[in-house]
Design a protein around this ligand. Sequence first.
Ligand code: FAD
Ligand code: 2HG
Ligand code: ZN
Length: 469
Amino acid sequence: VTVGRTWASPPATAPGGLVAALREVVGAAHVLVDPELTATYETDWTRRFTGRAHCVVRPASTPEVAAVLRACAAHAATVVTQGGNTGLVGGGVPAGGEVLLSTTRIADLGDVDRVAAQVTVGAGVPLVALQTHLRAYGLDVGVDLPARDSATVGGLVATNAGGERVLRYGSMRAQVVGMEAVLADGSVLSRLAGLPKDNTGYDLVGLLAGSEGTLGVITRVRLRLVPLLAARSVALLALDGIAAALAALAALKERLPTLDAAELFLAEGLDLVRSHTGLPAPVPGAHPAYLLVECADRSDPSERLLAALGELSGAMPGISDAVVAEDQASRHKLWRYREAHTESISAVGVPVKLDVGVPLAAFAAVASSVGPAVEGAAPGARTIVFGHLNEGNLHVNVLGAQGREDAVTDAVLRLVTAHGGSISAEHGVGRAKVAWLPLSRSEPELAAMRAIKRSLDPTGLLNPGVLIS
Ligand code: FAD
Ligand code: 2HG
Ligand code: ZN
């Protein structure tokens, strides 16, 4: 098992002449070999995964990507695709010696088709740039997440990212109505018509979504859009435990058709966020659990949210306190308590990140068993748990487990799958969880996945060691 540790940095020794060939394709300025320039591409956001690239190549279009892949194939070099490098499972950084293909120059923002409510954009467009582009049309994209400033559309599709609005709109795959992608042999799949009805066989677009760069390089994406719902209201509930959070969520879903987020964090995560950010306590006192909910509509949803909370506070003893934010600055402040978890954890150390999906019926049991499971695998390690409650998506972050990463991963993923859960809810498998994929996929499924990989990428050019061993 080669997960759970930082890879050594072998000398970049891909076959000679490749850099020259790539310069021919994209221009000398867009092939980086100087370690000072390549360094930021070679380590992932968490700092857990790192490896030297043979070089970094930055094509600007689909034909350039195709020519890059052909050149790499001709030189028997392997390729790792990278978008915004915000991935959390080590899938977008080299293990050592690969060509790193950065998509950030493929950043065209197409005209919005208002009738169809669709847009085609380059894979390297950051999510925030897409959101800004759409705002002018009164439209939005159905996925949002804290890495929005850097995460790219291509990365979001390749990982089938989830985030904070899955409750209302589904994950990234559900937003994709078309795609252009370059396969390992340089051929181009182009399905950008965005036809709402198109029953002509295998769903290749859906297959590439969530393939984590192992089947092709996504270059353009056609997305379905949702109305921009600028009238928002956020509430933070302080609760006596996870069971109360689940009960409150069920009651709020019944009452609030405009609900679009339901995020959970616990006392320990809040303490960490507060010491990192200097934020004051959101409500007086300390509470075991917090549920952040957001409603979004064309007209102000605050009144209905307040009314629903009023009904709950009389009927549910587990709710200790609640605060509601209506204006943008106060909403942002409440969101910070939840969204600042990842950076606050990384400020303390390099965590083992385990993003898992748990059936809601087992959610409270798993969430409370995770700490003891980690303690058994890495005594003294610190476990911080938070996540997207509606989807049963727990983010288990373990600090202070250096040298015990595999043991911690094994303990948590076995606990989760023993309760019918998934080893990855939204971040993907990447390099971090390859060894544990059989916990979530049966042997026939793995065989089918390997057969697909072999038929689309017979030489193993793309993202070797990611997703499929
Ligand atoms: P990268 O990190 O560059 O790559 C990720 C994977 O996709 C790699 O395997 C890479 O090879 C592949 N890839 C990237 N671009 C392409 C392409 N064009 N074609 C083919 N393969 C490609 N994720 C969530 O799901 N929900 C969250 O709420 C969430 N919050 C986050 C918060 C923070 C602070 C951070 C740092 C990360 C968070 N993430 C979250 C993880 C991350 O943002 C997502 O996985 C995102 O989709 C990665 O996009 P990226 O452009 O950074 O991809
Ligand atoms: C989030 O929901 C992200 O904030 C990151 O998915 C989770 O840091 C994590 O573990
Ligand atoms: Zn998340």
